[in-house]
Unconditional design. Sequence first.
Length: 88
Amino acid sequence: MADETPDATELLFVPEPSWDPAILAFALAAVVAGILVWFPYGVIGAIAAIAAIVRMFRGTSDEVARLPRRQKMTTAVLPAVPRRKPGA
C-alpha cells in the first residue's frame, strides 16, 4: 500500500515580504537619536516612521481585501471527545 499524503483542503494565505518593519525600526532609532543627539534626526525619523506605518496599514488592508470572503468546508467536523473516561 502506497503511503500518499492527501491534498490540502484549506487554503493558506501568507503576506508578501516587506521592508516596512525594518524601515520602521530604523526610523524609531532615528527618533531616539534625535532626542539624544540632534533634533533634525528625530524629525526625519518621525516622518519615516509615519510613512512606514501608513504603508504597513495600507498593505494589510489591500491583502485582507484580496482574501476570499468564505472558504468551502470540505472536511468532516470532528466530534467532541471527553478527556477522561466517564466514571474515572
